[in-house]
Design a protein around this ligand. Structure first.
Ligand SMILES: O=C(O)CCC(=O)C(=O)O
Ligand SMILES: [Fe+2]
Length: 195
């Protein structure tokens, strides 16, 4: 499922991602889609390690929940005082948690068509940026979907073929979350490629 099989809408979404990430398309991994139902969250993590080498992430909101589901970048200084990265529920919603602006977290509200790009390494690739630690706050009401594309340091070449292979396996298992068909599913939404 390379670019030749992408629909025009998928292609323009990917081109928009590539431009925003300021990286050539050859460096981009297979586009993936993640769906969230009410109660779903994505615990804090970084998208890269030195071995993985994902320099950038482009994340496009396809569906926005009515409440919750923010992409959150917590204030890392406070987390570093702890021995391990806390789970959202460990920090206690009652106590404000991380999914709360008063905690100092950067919270990006899901809006259909909103594209977020962030970089997991410094420009020279010498560090993993702690500030890239992020997650998805729990979806409270409604449903959330995102399309994501990770970028490597170098053009992928055969690694892209591996991505295609994984896509085929996923499809065979009936768990196809790659974007080709999914984007067709939201193609009716005018705002998909909006601001
Ligand atoms: O859904 C989000 O807002 C974040 C998802 C994410 O960080 C990931 O899939 O790596
Ligand atoms: Fe992530």
């Amino acid at each position: 499922m390379g670019p030749s099989r992408w629909t025009p809408r998928t292609t323009s979404a990917v081109e928009r991602m590539d431009a925003a990430a300021m990286l050539p398309g050859e460096n981009g991994q297979q586009l993936t889609v993640t769906d969230y139902a009410p109660g779903d969250s994505y615990q804090l993590h970084v998208d890269s390690t030195f071995a993985i080498g994902r320099v950038a992430t482009a994340l496009l909101f396809l569906r926005a929940p009515e409440e919750g589901g923010e992409l959150v970048f917590p204030r890392v200084e406070e987390l570093f005082a702890r021995s391990s990265v806390p789970r959202f529920d460990e920090l206690g919603e009652a106590a404000g948690g991380l999914c709360n602006r008063s905690s100092g977290s950067l919270m990006i509200e899901p809006r259909v068509g909103r594209l977020v790009v962030f970089f997991s390494h410094d420009p020279m690739g010498r560090t993993l940026r702690p500030r890239s630690l992020h997650g998805s706050c729990p979806v409270r009401r409604g449903e959330k979907s995102i399309a994501q594309r990770f970028y490597q340091w170098h053009a992928l070449g055969s690694a892209n073929l591996l991505g295609d292979l994984i896509a085929q396996v996923e499809k065979a298992r009936g768990k196809s979350w790659f974007v080709d068909w999914r984007v067709d599913g939201v193609a009716e939404e005018e705002a998909f490629l909006g601001p």
